[in-house]
Design a protein around this ligand. Structure first.
Ligand SMILES: C[S@@+](CC[C@H](N)C(=O)[O-])C[C@H]1O[C@@H](n2cnc3c(N)ncnc32)[C@H](O)[C@@H]1O
Length: 255
């Protein structure tokens, strides 16, 4: 049985120590250029921004440093604790709350100018529900910037014969269970990702009411604020990073 909240609670401290994620530049995912290169957000001074699945709070801190009024939500109590400590360390004021982003009734309609979510949505079983919630809490003309790991990453393996598919790439949410090893932990916590096609994300966003402004699949690079993560992925999966962009980004707007 996989309990995502418990697993994130267990690894939160070690994860944030291991990956040294930047608090200076908003990141979109491993091996992906950051906001300094992609320039998706524009001037966010005074704007209300919500970070969905904010993890240890690095993006929330970077957004606050850009002058935004930030709220961070995450399922893991330990991630939220670490995010609060990080915000205090960087002397920025951010409102953090432990919550499952599938259901956020405590947030009023039309509350935010921008919603951002990096590398969190693939942990969720049902994306339709989340995207409807994001649509609801955004102001009209509000933007949702969603990034996640390229689904092909979970489906490709390297063998003596080259890169092969270990699972088909098709239109259905495919649950993949895996363990995350940390030398500080005796037992490796179990995780589950739901692998879906990029068209599933796009169509689900359209069904929620969004218009898609841009889809980015930037070439994988080591020059990213997600430095630790990137190096590890380059070492562990060089064949994937060579062949596909590791992260994709979708920019959409509430009409
Ligand atoms: C890979 S981390 C990414 C964190 C952060 N967005 C970043 O890019 O650094 C994934 C985060 O998603 C959170 N998460 C997973 N399922 C969630 C859910 N249903 N609701 C809210 N957060 C969730 C986890 O607790 C974890 O902190």
């Amino acid at each position: 049985m996989v309990d995502i909240k418990k697993s994130w609670d267990k690894i939160a401290e070690h994860y944030n120590n291991r990956y040294e994620i930047s608090c200076e530049v908003v990141h979109y995912g491993p091996l992906c250029p950051g906001e300094d290169k992609l320039g998706l957000l524009g001037d966010i001074k005074g704007k209300r921004v919500v970070d969905l699945g904010c993890g240890g709070g690095q993006n929330a801190v970077a957004l606050a440093k850009m002058g935004a009024e930030v709220t961070g939500l995450d399922l893991s109590t330990e991630q939220i604790n670490r995010a609060q400590m990080l915000a205090a360390e960087h002397k920025v004021s951010i409102s953090f709350r432990q919550a499952d982003i599938s259901s956020i009734p405590f947030i009023e309609n039309h509350s935010f100018d921008i919603a951002i979510s990096a590398c969190s949505i693939a942990f969720l079983d049902k994306i339709d529900t989340v995207f409807r919630e994001v649509y609801r809490i955004l102001k009209p003309k509000g933007w949702f910037i969603l990034s996640d790991m390229n689904p092909l990453q979970y489906l490709l393996d390297e063998t003596e014969d080259g890169v092969v598919f270990n699972n088909p790439y098709r239109q259905q949410s495919l649950p993949i269970n895996w363990s995350w090893e940390f030398e500080e932990l005796e037992k490796s916590p179990r995780f589950r990702h739901y692998v879906r096609m990029i068209s599933d994300y796009v169509n689900s966003l359209i069904d929620a009411g969004f218009i898609i402004k841009k889809i980015l699949e930037p070439e994988s690079t080591l020059n990213t604020p997600h430095a630790g993560f990137s190096r590890e992925i380059m070492e562990e999966y060089p064949y994937i990073a060579k062949h596909i962009p590791i992260t994709f980004v979708i920019v959409c707007e509430k009409v």
